[in-house]
Design a protein around this ligand. Structure first.
Ligand SMILES: Cc1cc2nc3c(=O)[nH]c(=O)nc-3n(C[C@H](O)[C@H](O)[C@H](O)COP(=O)(O)O)c2cc1C
Ligand code: SF4
Length: 434
């Protein structure tokens, strides 16, 4: 049951000076690393990760073990690239780990580097994370001094280095190939695939890109074992803990670490204090702004990868945005679309022009200078980008920009019609909780 779960990934949030190595050790960090180096071969850790069912927490939910299987074996030049760019609207779990428990991330990186025989890891850290950078850099210095990173780690003969690279302040830098371009000093524009980063990533060398939360699951697997891990959630494809970032019209927004079989109802009413003023849930975006909306009467679904995919949306980054009955959906969709239009890198025509076109139509609709044909046109533009021929855009931002539009129109068409005619919200609008 979700209610009896004790947070592990977030266990050190709120512990005074938790980013300092002595405090971190006293609260459970660096227990898995000596065990991993002593008791496991690199191949055994890769096997453990494959059997765990761990799926990437960065957005796409790719099986981590499968990705690790693509990394060429042997000690050679290759990279682990930790994606700490966290910019998906509604998402703040990586930040909580980096600021409160950077040693957990460092430990996860060293075990992963050992398993994949990787000499260098680069952490691509969101540029705006000033506090996170200071704490992570401090933690990394301490980890080097204590022999957890660097040469001959804990006397094992294994060497690995970690570098922190501060990001360039754009949402697209979180997309793995744009991130690599940015790291190499270029404009962050996604690369065509193939080749995939696993074959040709940073400086054209094999690169395993992994999200912060994904990497933090690795020490957990060593410490708690496979049986425990697969019992958290719904095996075999939806296992382990997940940090849900709950925001919007709930009484207690924030990061909620829970098993992957938690229902939306439990998440809102047991773990987030319920709805402000006890108003009803109108809609929920379950996986960051890139995910399609769900109607508010769908509260008994489990918040896992496969259940949400079957409903035409996604778990994505785990950013759960809860909206009450006073939310104006056309206004919310316009706000989200303005974000995507601003953040499109402009490399592909459908995304560059399409996001601009959707914003223009949404402005006309919300300002009351439109009619039903404009709503049809908006839907058609979104579907051309989102459901058009495969690979119509180079990266997933194009698709992502359409989710709120198509789901918003499908679920709340009458609000778009009303706004287009009158320029007014059908509901009494409250976008920011008071
Ligand atoms: C526009 C865009 C932004 C993204 N931003 C992030 C991000 O901030 N953090 C992240 O881990 N993944 C992000 N991703 C997904 C990454 O490309 C990649 O799939 C992920 O880092 C892989 O790690 P994982 O397998 O551990 O999830 C983004 C993808 C897209 C298309
Ligand atoms: S889909 Fe958009 S963000 Fe992605 S490469 Fe194309 S233009 Fe850039």
């Amino acid at each position: 049951m979700a209610t009896t779960y004790e947070p592990i990934l977030l266990r050190n949030v709120g512990v005074p000076n938790s980013w300092d190595i002595d405090v971190a050790i006293a609260h459970g960090d660096y227990q898995a690393l000596p065990r991993a180096l002593r008791e496991y071969t690199p191949e055994q850790i890769v096997e453990l990760v494959k059997n765990s069912g761990l799926r990437g927490r960065g957005g796409a939910g790719a099986p981590t073990g499968m990705k690790w299987g693509f990394v060429p074996r042997g000690r050679r030049e290759k990279y682990l690239l930790v994606n700490a760019d966290e910019s998906e609207p509604g998402t703040f779990s990586n930040r909580a780990i980096i600021e409160n428990d950077p040693h957990q991330l460092i430990e996860g990186i060293v075990i992963s580097a050992y398993a994949l025989e990787i000499p260098t890891t680069i952490i691509y850290l969101r540029g705006e994370f000033a506090l996170g950078y200071r704490r992570l850099a401090h933690a990394l210095r301490q980890a080097y001094e204590r022999g957890y990173v660097g040469k001959n780690i804990l006397g094992s003969g294994f060497d690995t280095d970690i570098i922190i690279f501060r990001g360039a302040g754009a949402y697209i830098c979180g997309e793995e190939t744009a991130l690599i371009e940015s790291l190499e000093g270029n404009r962050p524009m996604p690369r065509p695939r193939p080749p995939f980063p696993a074959a040709q990533g940073v400086y054209n060398l094999p690169t395993n890109v992994q999200n912060v939360e994904t990497i933090c699951n690795i020490p957990l697997l060593i410490n708690k074992g496979l049986e425990w891990y697969t019992s958290i959630g719904t095996p075999p494809r939806n296992t382990g803990p997940k940090i849900y970032c709950v925001s919007g019209h709930v009484r207690r927004p924030g990061n909620k670490e829970l098993p992957l079989n938690t229902t939306l109802r439990e998440l809102i009413y047991e773990h987030s204090g319920g709805m402000i003023d006890d108003r009803p849930v109108k809609a929920v975006i379950p996986g960051g702004a890139s995910a399609a909306m769900l109607p508010g009467d769908n509260l008994d679904i489990t918040m896992d990868f496969d259940t949400l995919a079957k409903l035409g949306t996604m778990l994505g980054s785990g950013g759960v945005i809860v909206m009450n009955d006073r939310t104006c959906i056309p206004c919310a969709v316009r706000r989200i679309e303005e974000f995507y239009n601003h953040e499109s890198c402009g490399k592909c025509t459908p995304c560059r022009e399409g996001t601009m076109w959707m914003v223009k139509l949404l402005r006309r609709i919300t300002e009351g200078d439109a009619d039903s044909d404009d709503i049809d046109e908006l839907d058609r533009v979104a579907k051309t980008i989102g459901f058009g021929p495969p690979n119509i855009t180079l990266c997933a931002l194009g698709d992502a920009s359409t989710s709120c539009v198509t789901s918003g129109i499908r679920l709340f068409r009458e609000e778009f019609e009303y706004h287009a005619r009158t320029g007014r919200c059908m509901v009494e609008r409250v976008l920011v909780p008071t």
